[in-house]
Write a protein of this length. Structure first.
Ligand SMILES: Nc1ncnc2c1ncn2[C@@H]1O[C@H](COP(=O)(O)OP(=O)(O)OP(=O)(O)O)[C@@H](O)[C@H]1O
Ligand SMILES: [Mg+2]
Lengths: 277, 263
């Protein structure tokens, strides 16, 4: 269609379409390069390096940053995820229930906890739970508190994921199960939820990444030295040494986990799409 | 024919304003095979689904094996155990193996032991000729094989009655025969069957009675030779002629439809 000899296709600008695309792409690259160069030239690399990359500080952080901080981050996330998963399934089933009050309660919960910053929930759990149940310690101490705080937030999102997964299971599955004599609840548990699980593994993996990052909010619960996770550990060390290198290292430790998890989530998603075709 | 296995009395079913069943009366005796035929949208599936309460009737009563299943106090899960149902889309559980499809319902619903469930599953799989597929997953089976597994799954629960909703309509033509053969075997063994189907040769040869439905009512019923061979009603004749020779039907569609509405 760019053939200049075709009289039916008058040339308006004198530029072919592919030529125009070339020019526009070239302009984008030029702007991008200009921005990068400007940043590189104006930034004070020496000061940045001093503040963020002190090699002996890096060395000093090992092995604690892994054996203590990363380990705690993983533990907090795992506990929170498990609590969120169980609560999320319950909420999703309530949300899909034929009993009105169940639906309302679950809907209210989901709306509230998706609408609040995770930080507030952490503070709330730290303050309100001990007030509400005086004398009773949350089992597991800080670990228990984090599990509840992270689980409360995670459950709201996971409930919506589950609901979508359950609704994606064809109606015929429930009908077949009911016609075999399964009660509604049993059919859900034995037939529908297992199939929903496969659909929602990728979004759940993303939720795990979010919780992994949100576990940094433990900062606001007040933890002992032994209970510090990556963010708290990095920040404490940064103020001790008046240098930000620990923050950078802590950040890299997060990426060590979140990037592979994100990659895994995309892989699983592609695989599932391939399977559905 | 002692007490009928299935008794439907003045059954009505509406979806919102859409009246789908407008007073159905039907009795099916023990060991009887009844084929339900009729045009699309006439309410065949709805009728079948009311018999095991997958749809809640708007009015009327349904009895299965002498129990009124439309009684609000009846334990519907218990009743459904005695009624097997086979769907057009098979509806096998894709996350379970063929054996899992047969054993899970037995164990969860009937509380059978693992060994009993496995034995009964194996028996029923060989009945439908699929013993060698015991460990396969549904996705790896042909449609015809899936449908036979679905029949075996229903049979493993030991039902007194089997309902079939167009069991062969989703199958490639060359796979229809295998499924019909299994159904014929069941009929010969004396199973009470209610079959919605477009397979006229099956209806003619296997059914004890054929019911023709149109517009939410039973228009005509009787022996296959009569309903299919010498239909008394114009609507039945018209339906059958379209079914047997779709190419011809297109030509006469317009006039036939106006004739229908005038009736
Ligand atoms: N769950 C439902 N909600 C609303 N309308 C429905 C529902 N199920 C069926 N209907 C309507 O009821 C009417 C009869 O449907 P039904 O499936 O019983 O017909 P059928 O005779 O089985 O047709 P087909 O041969 O196409 O399967 C249709 O008009 C359909 O739209
Ligand atoms: Mg139908």
């Amino acid at each position: 269609m760019t053939d200049p000899g075709t009289p039916l296709q008058p040339r308006r600008t004198g530029l072919s379409r592919s030529r125009k695309r070339q020019i526009s792409r070239g302009a984008q690259y030029a702007v991008f390069a200009a921005v990068v160069i400007a940043l590189a030239v104006t930034a004070d690399w020496g000061r940045l390096k001093n503040q963020f990359f002190q090699w002996d500080l890096v060395k000093q952080m090992f092995p604690d940053v892994i054996t203590l901080a990363l380990k705690n981050t993983v533990l907090y996330t795992t506990f929170g995820f498990v609590v969120g998963l169980v609560l999320g399934i319950v909420l999703a089933l309530m949300r899909l229930s034929s009993v009105g009050p169940y639906r309302w309660v679950a809907g209210l919960y989901i709306e509230i906890f998706r609408g609040l910053p995770a930080l507030l929930i952490f503070i709330f759990v730290g303050v309100a739970v001990p007030l509400a149940f005086p004398g009773t310690e949350i089992p597991g101490g800080t670990y228990g508190k984090v599990a509840i705080a992270l689980g409360t937030v995670g459950a709201a999102y996971m409930a919506e994921t589950f609901r979508a997964g359950i609704q994606a299971v064809p109606k015929g599955q429930m009908e077949a199960a009911r016609s075999l004599g399964f009660s509604h609840a049993r059919a859900m548990v034995s037939i529908v939820v297992p199939q929903a699980f496969r659909i929602i593994v990728p979004p759940l993996t993303n939720e795990l990444v979010t919780l992994f990052k949100d576990s940094s909010l433990v900062l606001f619960l007040g933890v002992t030295l032994e209970e510090r996770e990556l963010s708290k550990y990095g920040r404490d060390l940064a103020s001790e040494t008046a240098n930000s290198t620990p923050i950078l290292v802590a950040g890299l430790c997060y990426l060590l986990v979140t990037i592979p998890l994100g990659f895994l989530a995309r892989r699983l998603e592609d695989k599932r799409k391939g399977a559905d075709k | 024919m002692s007490t009928p296995e299935i008794r439907v009395q003045d059954l009505h079913k509406s979806f919102g304003d859409n009246q789908v069943l407008k007073g159905i009366d039907l009795e099916i005796g023990q060991g009887e095979v009844v084929c339900v035929i009729g045009p699309s949208g006439s309410g065949k599936s709805t009728l079948l689904r009311c018999v095991n309460l997958l749809e809640e009737p708007t009015a009327g009563r349904v009895f299965v094996g002498g129990t009124e299943i439309t009684d609000p106090d009846v334990d519907i899960d218990a009743v459904r155990r005695r009624i097997g149902m086979v769907f057009q889309q098979f509806n096998l559980f894709p996350h379970l193996s063929v054996t899992g499809n047969l054993t899970l319902p037995q164990r969860r619903v009937l509380g059978r032991s693992k060994d009993d469930a496995a034995r009964i599953a194996a028996e029923n799989l060989s009945r439908v000729g699929l013993a060698e597929k015991a460990d396969a997953f549904p996705a790896s089976l042909s449609g015809g094989q899936q449908q036979r597994v679905a029949i075996a799954r229903a049979l493993a629960m030991g039902p007194d009655v089997m309902l079939f909703d167009e069991p062969t309509s989703a199958l490639d033509p060359e796979l229809v025969g295998d499924v019909l053969a299994v159904m014929r075997m069941l009929a010969d063994e004396g199973m009470t069957m209610m079959v919605v189907t477009h397979e006229m040769s099956f209806a003619r040869e296997v059914a004890d009675r054929v019911v023709f439905m149109d517009g939410g009512v039973i228009v005509e019923e009787g022996a296959p030779a009569q309903v299919i061979g010498r239909p008394a009603h114009a609507r039945t004749r018209h339906f059958l002629s379209r079914l047997l020779d779709p190419a011809m039907a297109d030509v006469e569609e317009e006039t036939a439809d106006t004739e229908d509405t005038r009736e």
